[in-house]
Design a protein around this ligand. Structure first.
Ligand code: DX5
Ligand code: ZN
Length: 218
C-alpha cells in the first residue's frame, strides 16, 4: 500500500488547518512537515509552535522532516509538540548523536526515520537501519519546494529498499522532492512506499484528484 504525504511547505500557511483538512478528505496518509533552520539548508520554514498548532487541528499522522543542524537539541520539543514520526538527516550530526536522537524519539513513543541528501550513499543508513521505521531518500537538494526531480536518485531508492529487506523488512522507503504524477510511478517501481508531494498536491485546486493521481493507477 503506497502512502501519500503532502508537504505543507507548499500549502497556504495562513490557512494551514483548512489546507490539512482538504488533504485529509482527499485521502492523504501523512502530513509531511518540513523544518528548516537556515544553517543545515539555506532556507527557514516552520518550527515547534506551528507543529503544536497543527497537532490540535488534525488527527492525521505528522511526518516531521528535520532539516536542522544537530537535531538532538530539539528532538524532545518536536516530539512533545505532536510529531508522530521524526526524520533525521544522517549528515546533520555524528553517528553517536544521531543514535541518541533516535533513541530519545523512540523512548517518547514516536516513530523515526533517517534521511539522505542526494550526495549521500545508500549505505549511510546502515548504522540506523535496525532502529528506524523509515528511510527518506531526497530526490532534490533539501531546502526548497518546487524543484525538479533528480532521476539519478532512483537507483539509491532501490538500494535502500534492498538493504531494508535484508535488515529490517518493515522499514518504509520514502521519497521527497519533485514527486508528481509522472515521477511517482518511477519512485514506486524503484521501491518507494511513501511519496512526499508539495507542489503537485497543494499547487492544484482539487487536492483529492491530485492525491489520486499519485497513487498507482489500476
Ligand atoms: C524540500 C522539502 C520537501 C518539499 C517538496 O527540502 O523537504 O518536502 O516540500 O516539495 P515539492 O514536492 O514541491 O518538490
Ligand atoms: Zn521534506
Amino acid at each position: 500500500m503506497i502512502k501519500i504525504a503532502p508537504s505543507v511547505l507548499a500549502a497556504d500557511l495562513a490557512n494551514l488547518g483548512a489546507e490539512v483538512e482538504q488533504i485529509r478528505l482527499g485521502g492523504a496518509d501523512f502530513v509531511h512537515f518540513d523544518v528548516m533552520d537556515g544553517c543545515f539548508v539555506p532556507n527557514i520554514s516552520m518550527g515547534v509552535p506551528v507543529l503544536r498548532s497543527l497537532r490540535k487541528a488534525t488527527d492525521l499522522f505528522l511526518d516531521v522532516h528535520l532539516m536542522i543542524d544537530r537535531p538532538l537539541r530539539y528532538v524532545d520539543a518536536f516530539c512533545k509538540a505532536g510529531a508522530d514520526l521524526v526524520n533525521f538527516h544522517v549528515e546533520a550530526d555524528t553517528e553517536e548523536n544521531l543514535l541518541l536522537a533516535i533513541e530519545k524519539a523512540r523512548a517518547l513513543g514516536k516513530k523515526t526515520g533517517v534521511t539522505l541528501k542526494p550526495a549521500t550513499p545508500a549505505e549511510a543508513v546502515l548504522p540506523y537501519l535496525p532502529l528506524v521505521d523509515l528511510v527518506l531518500v531526497m530526490t532534490v537538494e533539501p531546502g526548497f519546494g518546487g524543484q525538479s526531480f533528480m532521476f539519478d536518485q532512483l537507483p539509491k531508492v532501490t538500494r535502500v529498499r534492498e538493504l531494508a529487506d535484508a535488515i529490517h523488512p518493515d522499514c518504509e522507503v520514502e521519497v521527497d522532492g519533485g514527486v508528481d504524477a509522472e515521477t511517482a510511478p518511477l519512485c514506486i517501481r524503484a521501491g518507494a512506499s511513501v511519496l512526499v508531494a508539495g507542489s503537485s498536491v497543494f499547487g492544484k485546486a482539487d487536492r483529492a484528484a491530485a492525491i489520486r493521481a499519485l497513487r498507482p493507477q489500476t
